[in-house]
Design a protein around this ligand. Structure first.
Ligand code: GDP
Ligand code: MG
Length: 288
C-alpha cells in the first residue's frame, strides 16, 4: 500500500530534435477562463517545442469562457502558429477534449492543462518513452495543489486501483502524451466518469495498451483558480465521480473484462476470428 515517493529524474534533459520516424506531435490545450495565463502557457510551449519537435502543431480548445480568454486567443492566433477553436457554449472538459482530439492530425497527441501547472520543458521527460509505449503519463511528483485536492486525488486513485486492479498512481494527470490511433479508438467509449483521463487510462489498460507513468514536476496555479473543483461543488463532483466509477466497474464485471484482464495478442486473435466467423455466417444466411 505504501510506496516510496516518486522522484523526478535528475538526469540532464535531451531537448530534441525528435526523431522524425517517431511521428509528429499535436499539442492539445483545453482552455476555460484562463485569460491571465494562457499567453504565458502558449509562448512557453511553442518556444520550447515548436522548433525541436519535428512536425508539430498546436490545437487550442477554448470552451465557453466568460472572461477575456477568447480575445487573447484571437490576438495570439495572428502572430503564433496555433489553431484556435472557440466555443460560445461551455461543453465541459470531457466533451471539449473529445472534440479537440478530432482536430489533431499528427500521430501523437500531447494533451496538457493550459494553466501552466506543468512546464513545457518537461515534455522531454516523456519523449524517450515514445519508442516503447502507447500512453505516457506525467505523474505529478509531488502534486502542488491545496491539501484537500491532494487528499481527494489520492482517494480517487486508490479506489480505481482497488476496483479495477490497475497499477497506476496519477490517473487524472493533466500532462499526457498518447498515440492518436489509441485515443481515437478508445475516447468515444469514455463517458462513465466525470472527467476524461482516468477512465481513458483504465480502458487503455484493459485494451492491452502499453502505459507508463513518468514523474514530472508540478507547480501551484500561479493565477486564477481551479475551474473544475470549486469547493462549493466538491460534494457533487465526488458523488458523481464515485457513482461513475461503480457503474463502469459493474459494466466491466458484467462483460467479463475484469476476469479476463488486459487484452493480449492471443485474445485479439480469438476476437478477430470470432468476428470473421460471424460476418461469414451472416453473409451465408439466406435472405428473409
Ligand atoms: N475545454 C474546457 N477546458 C476546461 C474546462 N474546465 C476547465 N478546463 C481547463 O482544464 C484545465 C484544468 O482545469 P483546472 O480547473 O486547472 O483543474 P485542476 O488543475 O484539476 O484544478 C485548465 O487548463 C482549464 O482551463 C471546461 O469546461 N472545458
Ligand atoms: Mg489546474
Amino acid at each position: 500500500m505504501f510506496r516510496r515517493k516518486p522522484k523526478v529524474s535528475q538526469d540532464p534533459l535531451q531537448r530534441g530534435p525528435t526523431d522524425p520516424a517517431l511521428g509528429g506531435v499535436s499539442l492539445v490545450l483545453p482552455v476555460h477562463n484562463e485569460s491571465f495565463i494562457i499567453e504565458t502557457t502558449l509562448r512557453n510551449y511553442v518556444g520550447e517545442l515548436g522548433e525541436r519537435v519535428s512536425d508539430f502543431e498546436v490545437i487550442v480548445a477554448e470552451d465557453g469562457s466568460t472572461d477575456d480568454t477568447k480575445a487573447v486567443l484571437e490576438r495570439l492566433e495572428k502572430e503564433m502558429p496555433i489553431k484556435v477553436f472557440l466555443s460560445d457554449e461551455r461543453k465541459g472538459y470531457q466533451k471539449a477534449l473529445k472534440d479537440a482530439i478530432g482536430h489533431a492530425t499528427k500521430p501523437w497527441v500531447f494533451i496538457v492543462d493550459s494553466d501552466y501547472q506543468f512546464a513545457a520543458i518537461d515534455y522531454w521527460r516523456l519523449e524517450p518513452h515514445r519508442q516503447t509505449h502507447d500512453v505516457i503519463l506525467g505523474m505529478k511528483a509531488p502534486r502542488k495543489d491545496p491539501k484537500y485536492r491532494v487528499f481527494l486525488s489520492w482517494c480517487y486513485n486508490a479506489l480505481m486501483r482497488f476496483f479495477f486492479k490497475v497499477p497506476y498512481h496519477d490517473m487524472d494527470t493533466g500532462f499526457r502524451l498518447i498515440k492518436r490511433d489509441v485515443l481515437e479508438s478508445i475516447a468515444p467509449d469514455v463517458g462513465y466518469m466525470t472527467f476524461f483521463t482516468a477512465e481513458f487510462v483504465i480502458r487503455a489498460h484493459y485494451d492491452g495498451k502499453k502505459i507508463i507513468e513518468v514523474p514530472v514536476p508540478h507547480y501551484a496555479r500561479k493565477i486564477g483558480s481551479t475551474t473544475i473543483f470549486f469547493i462549493s461543488s466538491l460534494f457533487v463532483i465526488c458523488f458523481k465521480s464515485f457513482a461513475g466509477l461503480i457503474r463502469m466497474w459493474a459494466d466491466f464485471k458484467r462483460r467479463g473484462i475484469l476476469k479476463r484482464g488486459p487484452m493480449t495478442d492471443e485474445h485479439k486473435q480469438v476476437e478477430q476470428e470470432a468476428k470473421i466467423t460471424s460476418t461469414s455466417e451472416t453473409a451465408d444466411a439466406p435472405a428473409a
